[in-house]
Ligand binder design. Structure first.
Ligand code: DX5
Ligand code: ZN
Length: 218
């Protein structure tokens, strides 16, 4: 699987409808919602209302990235707002039991569950949860803002996750998020990733279709 998830964080919110029209017609299959609470990360973005209103305009897969403390408190609201995938941060949870409970809680709403790790969090920290989840989100930038540069140690993390997936016969999606452009997408896919998040690269592209085909190597 090689797909692209557009992060609406980089959109022109003064012209959102036109912005997203172009995205919807570009070949992107996932819409990535970067939810930020100003506490887990030093930025505030948007809540479930944006998700539910935009959802009326498309049938892309709603890929919700919770960069928030207490993610369990918001699962129901995002599930009701039509999240298809709800991804929380490993670093936002304090115990093993809480993580397992949250994975089950997200699944109880019929949503797929992802775990995200920040650049300084090793893959080893989430190994035990990989058989239980549908997606791993490797942060290739420090969470909080679009427009940053891809952190190169992400390649090894992606490769390790791909090797583990093959060795254990698992099928979680490896999603990578941050600093992805046409000049590094091929190497990121080749290291084992399936789903790449693009924000600023696509937001700035004049021809979204061409930009998407450059990322997908078509
Ligand atoms: C950062 C977000 C990313 C970001 C991607 O905290 O999780 O999804 O918006 O933006 P670019 O593609 O510009 O790095
Ligand atoms: Zn994100």
């Amino acid at each position: 699987m090689k797909e692209l998830s557009y992060s609406i964080l980089s959109s022109d919110f003064s012209n959102l409808e036109l912005d997203l029209e172009n995205i919807f017609n570009s070949g992107v299959k996932y819409l990535h919602y970067d939810v930020m609470d100003g506490h887990f990360v030093n930025n505030i973005s948007f809540g479930p209302h944006i998700l539910s209103t935009i959802n009326k305009k498309h049938n892309l897969i709603n890929d919700v990235h919770l960069m928030i403390t207490n993610p369990k408190d918001y699962v129901e609201q995002f599930a009701k707002a039509k999240a298809d995938i709800i991804t929380f941060h490993y670093e936002a949870i304090n115990s093993d039991n809480e993580i397992i409970d949250l994975i089950n809680y997200i699944h109880s709403f019929g949503c797929k569950c992802g775990i995200s790790i920040k650049p300084n969090t090793p893959v080893e920290a989430i190994i035990k949860y990989l058989p239980m989840i549908d997606l791993v989100l490797v942060m290739s930038v420090e969470p909080g803002f679009g427009g940053q540069s891809f952190i190169l140690n992400s390649y090894k993390k992606i490769g390790d996750l791909d090797t583990f997936r093959k060795n254990k016969g698992l099928n979680y999606i490896i999603e990578v998020d941050g600093g992805i452009k046409s000049d590094n997408a091929k190497a990121i896919f080749n290291s084992g990733a399936n789903l790449l998040v693009c924000g600023s690269y696509l937001a700035k592209a004049t021809d979204k279709k061409v930009a998407v085909s450059l990322i997908l190597g078509e």
